[in-house]
Design a protein around this ligand. Structure first.
Ligand code: F6R
Length: 366
């Protein structure tokens, strides 16, 4: 059942070229330049014309929501808020007519997310679901939605469900942006092509596994780790840190790279590994200076860089190259090496990666 892999988590990491492909299947049409999401068609106008979109989710799904915020703001120019379901449900959130709530959940059973949906529904919002499990409680509680179609995720640490969630969010943002005319035709076309090519690029990143295993071996005994990213890759840093802490029990923090000097920089010493997403995008130069700040304090840097980068490889202790894609799609690729790094470190530390202590696959209690 693990298909020859040692753990479900590794199998699910390796399934991502296929799961991302399955998630897009029938939803993008390169010839006709169309994005179609059948499950939300009936409510399309309401979603396109939303005054505000509020994502509610927990854990890794909340990180997908943060990526969604960048995608929706950039492509659809819709104001977005991203809320922890557990906080949202106990506040007195301002929800107006014309607001759309998008609930993101792999299992579709998370109690806090379900309660957030019920609250928003009672205030008249349209509720859209992004779930992986067909027929789950959340998918039934929503007005409409798009399944992620990633296939069953058994490992407790979410991997392929996350990249599928981000894929659906990209498709939604493209669909809305197209309708609202907030994306140029050129950008729309380029994004569709780049999206279509993501599975192959993920496949090529998986080939760096031996190198990542080598890096894991060097840092497996670190007591702490810092993950940094900017812009749309800030949530990728959060997700990388969550993956490491939940399966290897190493304390890890994700930060927007520029926030480092407002506190976490105090932690940096020779022992401390910092994982940085330093791909060639709008914030590249700034991230390079953040890396220099870490190196000036003798920290160790593991950088995720764009293939062919020669600047960061001269400064960082280790680099993992990923193929070039549109800035907005980098999270789909940059996440992969971070999943592998956590996996290998956890295995080397003798942890039960598929069933980490104290964690459950579906959190059906609050
Ligand atoms: C982390 C992880 C959890 C879940 C969270 C929400 O790897 O799996 O943080 O993401 O419990 O679960 P779902 O998406 O099922 O609502």
């Amino acid at each position: 059942e693990k298909g020859g892999y040692d753990h479900f988590m590794l199998k699910e990491i390796y399934e991502q070229p296929r799961s991302i492909h399955d998630c897009m299947r029938g939803r993008i049409n390169l010839e006709d330049q169309l994005v179609s999401l059948g499950g939300i068609l009936e409510y399309k106008d309401q979603i396109v014309n939303a005054n505000r979109i509020i994502f509610v989710a927990c854990g890794t799904s909340w990180h997908a929501g943060l990526v969604g915020e960048y995608l929706f703001e950039e492509l659809a120019r819709t104001p977005v808020e991203v809320e922890y379901a557990s906080e949202f449900r106990y506040r007195n959130p301002v929800i107006n007519e014309g607001d759309v709530v998008i609930a993101i959940s792999q299992s579709g059973e998370t109690a806090d997310t379900l309660a957030a949906i019920e609250l928003a529904k009672s205030k008249g919002a349209l509720i859209v679901g992004i779930c992986n499990v067909v027929g789950s409680s959340i998918s039934r509680a929503t007005h409409c939605g798009s399944y992620t179609h990633a296939g069953p995720e058994i490992g407790v640490a979410s991997t392929k469900a996350f990249t599928a969630q981000v894929t659906v969010l990209t498709l939604m943002a493209l669909m809305i942006g197209r309708e609202k005319d907030t994306i140029s035709n050129e950008r729309f076309t380029r994004l569709l092509i780049d999206l279509h090519n993501i599975p192959d690029k993920v496949e090529s990143v998986l080939k760096s596994d031996a190198k990542i295993q080598h890096i894991a071996d060097i840092y497996k005994d670190a007591p702490n780790a810092l993950y940094l990213g900017r812009g749309i890759n800030f949530p990728v840093a959060l997700e990388g840190a969550l993956k490491l802490k939940e399966i290897s029990y190493i304390h890890a923090e994700g930060y927007p790279a520029a926030e480092m000097k407002h506190g976490p920089i105090a932690l940096i010493d020779e022992e401390m590994p910092t994982v940085v997403i330093a791909t060639k995008d709008a914030s590249y130069e700034k991230v390079v200076s953040n890396i220099q700040e870490v190196k000036a304090r003798k920290g160790k840097v593991i950088a995720i860089v764009t293939k062919g980068d020669s600047v960061v490889s001269g400064i960082a202790d280790h680099v993992v190259e990923i193929p070039k894609t549109d800035d907005l799609l980098v999270p789909l690729i940059a996440t992969i090496p971070l999943q592998l790094l956590s996996y290998h470190i956890a295995v080397m530390r003798g942890c039960n990666v598929d069933q980490p202590r104290n964690l459950a696959k579906s959190v059906t209690v609050e």
